[in-house]
Design a protein around this ligand. Structure first.
Ligand SMILES: Cc1cc2nc3c(=O)[nH]c(=O)nc-3n(C[C@H](O)[C@H](O)[C@H](O)COP(=O)(O)OP(=O)(O)OC[C@H]3O[C@@H](n4cnc5c(N)ncnc54)[C@H](O)[C@@H]3O)c2cc1C
Length: 448
């Protein structure tokens, strides 16, 4: 039998293969024909040329957070762009250039030292490029919108090996499609993003007994409807395992938790920020006293730890959906439907998430008021709870989903209207006519 030389991709069984395929999501198989960690743009160009020459599909990964929604990798080559290049911040222009492979944990300290922040998500371990390409729901989002709208320019290696800069004036169609279009356009090797002034934030987590959840949730929803856009929150039923590093009010307990961030971009904004966070907590605490409350003024670099996302790889299953407002009478049924889930989350949208600024990409806004995300350790109990929660949510499903949170290749919802979908596909065909990146297209019912 002749062995095909996949160089620079390493074959299964090698440490290079294991390193390039290392994934945060441990429940999904990562079994491509070969895997390669690219350390430079030249490496990426070489990898793309090799895949083209061998007639193999090229699949992309940075951290593997989204490996669960990836279809079978069989026969494909896996490329992990982890460039040896720094994050470059221009504080005067309030811009940062972020090379492929960086996580938000790499970027946040670099920008906050200049009194600036970026529209990062709840977890420091998520990859910047993958997050931006999927829209990006940030705890700053009700004030600044989807993170994809903060992208100014993307440098991409296309299927034919050309390295192009896509921005508002150069390759504008590609720039539009990359921002939320669902992948399959090429390898993004650098993103230029806008930064925002951020003096301090008011952040933390308030925790109540689970028995108070159904009374508190409708009050939170009513508050969320008219809350100022400077605050973005997440309400969760949390059931964390009894881990030694967790505080006693969370370890092994089932609780209702409210976290998020209220922004104070300048020093004079701080008293009002504190007051708005206090008012939100008072409205809920009048109904039931929290068992713990850590909300307080903090530096913006504290934010990626507040949501307590796992720092290490885990095997998980999750489900998500964009929701209409939930009727007051249904909260108890919904919040009780997933007792085995680690988290059943409702994220507050509205504000700038729903606004339509000029020149956005394929995914520029979410008009739904709520985002649902349920997650648990991989296994039958979690799958059954996710189904049960979805069934209680049936009448509130908008039929659309935030692509970043899709974790199941078989169960996607819609992401785009028909016109947007058709335009995304036209761009994809133009830049990748042979479908070299076709396996990297995120699943969505739009493609049915
Ligand atoms: C614990 C946790 C917390 C999260 N928190 C948030 C949150 O607060 N807000 C939010 O919006 N999302 C959040 N997410 C979802 C996350 O943003 C998506 O899973 C995102 O796709 C992860 O990107 P990645 O590069 O880390 O993952 P990967 O699985 O490595 O990549 C996902 C996809 O991104 C694309 N991609 C990655 N790198 C490149 C590249 N260089 N060029 C071209 N395409 C590329 C590929 O299509 C790839 O399939 C969270 C996920 C987890 C597991």
């Amino acid at each position: 039998m002749t062995t095909i030389d996949l160089t620079p991709f390493s074959p299964p069984g090698t440490s290079e293969y294991a390193q390039a395929g290392a994934s945060f999501q441990l429940a999904a198989p990562v079994d491509p024909a070969g895997a390669f960690t690219a350390r430079s743009i030249d490496d990426v160009v070489h990898a793309v040329a090799t895949a083209r020459r061998l007639g193999r599909q090229l699949r992309l990964t940075t951290t593997g957070h989204a490996m669960g929604r990836t279809g079978p990798l069989t026969d494909a080559l896996l490329l992990r762009p982890l460039l040896d290049a720094p994050v470059r911040v221009d504080p005067d222009a309030r811009r940062a250039r972020v090379p492929a492979g960086k996580t938000w944990g790499d970027v946040v300290p670099e920008v906050t030292r200049h009194g600036l922040t970026a529209l990062h998500g709840s977890s420091a371990t998520v990859g910047v490029i993958g997050y931006l390409l999927g829209g990006g729901l940030s705890f700053y989002g009700r004030r600044f919108g989807l993170a994809a709208n903060s992208v100014r320019s993307l440098t991409v290696v296309l299927a034919d090996g050309e390295v192009v800069e896509a921005n508002a004036t150069h390759r504008p169609d590609l720039f539009w499609a990359l921002r939320g279009g669902g992948g399959g356009f090429g390898v993004v090797v650098e993103a230029e993003i806008d930064l925002m002034p951020m003096h301090r934030i008011v952040t933390g987590m308030a925790v109540w007994n689970a028995s108070d959840a159904a009374r508190l949730a409708p009050v939170w929803q009513a508050w969320a409807r008219t809350a100022p856009p400077e605050i973005t929150t997440s309400l969760r039923m949390l059931s964390l395992p009894p881990l030694p590093f967790l505080p006693p009010y969370l370890a092994g307990k089932r609780v209702l938790a409210l976290d998020g961030a209220m922004i104070a971009p300048t020093e004079p904004d701080l008293p009002a920020a504190q007051r708005i966070a206090d008012e939100m907590l008072s409205a809920l605490s009048e109904l039931a006293s929290p068992v713990a409350n850590t909300w307080a003024e903090a530096a913006p670099e504290a934010l990626p730890l507040v949501h307590m996302d796992p720092q290490q790889p885990v095997p998980f299953h999750s489900d998500s959906a964009l929701l209409h407002e939930i009727g007051a009478a249904d909260w108890a049924r919904i919040l009780d439907a997933g007792p085995n889930l680690i988290a059943l989350e409702l994220r507050q949208l509205g504000g700038a998430f729903a606004a339509a600024p000029a020149n956005v990409g394929a995914l520029g806004r979410f008009t739904a008021p709520l985002h649902y995300y349920g997650v648990g350790l991989a296994g039958e109990e979690t799958m059954s709870d996710l189904k049960a929660v979805r069934s209680t949510l049936r009448q509130y499903l908008t039929g659309f989903t935030a692509p970043n949170f899709v974790d199941d290749f078989e169960r996607p919802q819609r992401t785009y209207d028909d016109q947007t979908r058709a335009r995304v596909e036209r761009v994809r065909r133009a830049v990748d006519p042979t479908g070299q990146f076709a396996g990297d297209v995120a699943p969505t019912r739009d493609q049915a």
